[in-house]
Design a protein around this ligand. Structure first.
Ligand code: MG
Length: 162
């Protein structure tokens, strides 16, 4: 770790939608008929955020740290993965400066969940919610997101050291 260091990272993840699965985003249950098909709980937003944090610190990606063929991580609550990623960062002297997350999903509408999503991620990242931005968009019915086949998330973070 270097003092007063600032590192930028980006993360991207996609999961397919499946009927009858509980939808999880940013550590919250989302009321919907479909959820995300995945080895874990399918929290595509947390996965993108984890990859952004790991990317900022050049620590590889989420698949390297939590292999999706491992029984240990089957069905795992992605909040545990984010907590572990933040521990890896803290061990190296870094904390989250801020995060900006964009979720592309055709349905359901996420606007009502955004404040709780920010609080949820802030709690896991050990910062205030005003350092976490969560934005949601549809893709105007275009592409796989627009056809309600999946969800796409981009995350950008700054990691800082003191
Ligand atoms: Mg994923």
């Amino acid at each position: 770790m270097e003092p007063n260091d600032i590192r930028i990272g980006n993360g991207y993840d996609v999961h397919a939608l499946g009927e009858g699965i509980r939808m999880r985003l940013c550590g919250l249950d989302i009321e919907h008929t479909h959820g995300f098909i995945a080895h874990s709980d399918g929290d595509v937003a947390i996965h993108a955020l984890c990859d952004a944090i790991l990317g900022a610190l050049a620590l590889g990606d989420i698949g390297k740290h939590f292999p999706d063929n491992s029984q240990e991580f089957k069905g795992i609550d992605s909040r545990i993965l984010l907590t572990k990623v933040m521990e890896l960062a803290a061990e190296r002297g870094y904390r989250l400066g801020n995060a900006d997350i964009t979720i592309a999903l055709q349905a359901p509408k996420l606007a009502g969940y955004i404040p709780a999503m920010r609080e949820s991620l802030a709690g896991l990242c050990g910062c205030r919610a005003d350092r976490i931005s969560v934005k949601a968009t549809t893709t105007e019915k275009l592409g796989f997101v627009g056809r309600k086949e999946g969800c796409e998330v981009w995350a950008t973070v700054l990691m800082v050291s003191d």
